[in-house]
Design a binder for this molecule. Sequence first.
Ligand SMILES: NC(=O)c1ccc[n+]([C@@H]2O[C@H](COP(=O)([O-])OP(=O)(O)OC[C@H]3O[C@@H](n4cnc5c(N)ncnc54)[C@H](O)[C@@H]3O)[C@@H](O)[C@H]2O)c1
Length: 350
Amino acid sequence: MMPARSSRYAIQKRVLVTGGAGFIGSHLCAWLIEAGHSVLCVDNFFTGTRANIAPLLDNPNFELLRHDITFPLYVEVDEIYNLACPASPVHYQFDPVQTTKTSVLGAVNMLGLAKRLRIPILQASTSEVYGDPSVHPQPEDYWGNVNPIGPRSCYDEGKRCAETLFFDYHRQHNLAIKVVRIFNTYGPHMHPNDGRVVSNFIVQALRGEDITIYGDGHQTRSFCYVDDLVRGLIAMMATGNDVTGPVNIGNCGEFTMLQLAEQVIALTGSPSQICFKPLPVDDPKQRQPRTDRARAVLDWEAKVPLREGLAETIRYFAEVLGADVPADPASGMPAQQTRPGATVSAGGSA
Ligand SMILES: NC(=O)c1ccc[n+]([C@@H]2O[C@H](COP(=O)([O-])OP(=O)(O)OC[C@H]3O[C@@H](n4cnc5c(N)ncnc54)[C@H](O)[C@@H]3O)[C@@H](O)[C@H]2O)c1
């Protein structure tokens, strides 16, 4: 079962969520609405979809604004969650200059808004600021090992620069900042064709295609279910002005790509085989958060086991793809039938 929603804040706030139509943003908007707040979702729909926020569109506490955060925004709100930025390599490498602009100019614009309104602002940073880490697992005081000129740099360095801006606004203007470094997150509303490992494996398994592993499959990742992450973001925003972060939010459970592929095959009951391809450039070999700080400062830790989160995610993708899966994927019962060749629209998640 998914964790219970966060308790209600005492006062209704008007909360700006940039990137609110994306994978994580859409869950955050839903949680905030459910907690009794009013949400202004700002998105340019580069990777986000209306389908992700469809259940919220008729809610009187939800407002949607199509806007690109590389341009200034003048609105009246009480808090800002800055999530706007494509997060998967296929999307952020599509227009790398725009990716850096979104991180850097977007941060300047949102920080400027927070400064004018004197309100707290949370930055969705990333474990990618650690690059290909030489320290394992990664604590927040590790400075990272990032290539400044590679194909991933538009994202990694953009996010690093955004963190710099957040801390300079804090030091220079005493702004209440909250920097969260998000590790690999998965769940419903992920893009079916974004090339990320969880969505890739599930979509391939549901279509009965070979499951592609890049490298030998022994590289590891940790996977955080989206409900756990959103709980962490909300807890971080609720901290006092003295808490700036950075705080790692991620699940410490470490799995090899082979283990992940095997779990997906078992949960979908798919006849898929595993095939191996060469590793892409700059792909980190190991990534695992140290979450002692999140535990100490936020009283937060990941709760949803991989198997349960995968089962929820498989249910979602099965619906998107029109594929049949076991009634209870977590039971590992064989699938009745998958529909090879089911297609999904580019960038659409429903
Ligand atoms: N998903 C993860 O595992 C993960 C890991 C680390 C960090 N993050 C961070 O969390 C945030 C959300 O990630 P996600 O996985 O939901 O990605 P996503 O691509 O699903 O969502 C990003 C959203 O931002 C919007 N957007 C992009 N550029 C914009 C712009 N210039 N102006 C306005 N909107 C814009 C997109 O349309 C989309 O709705 C991102 O900042 C990402 O870097 C995610």
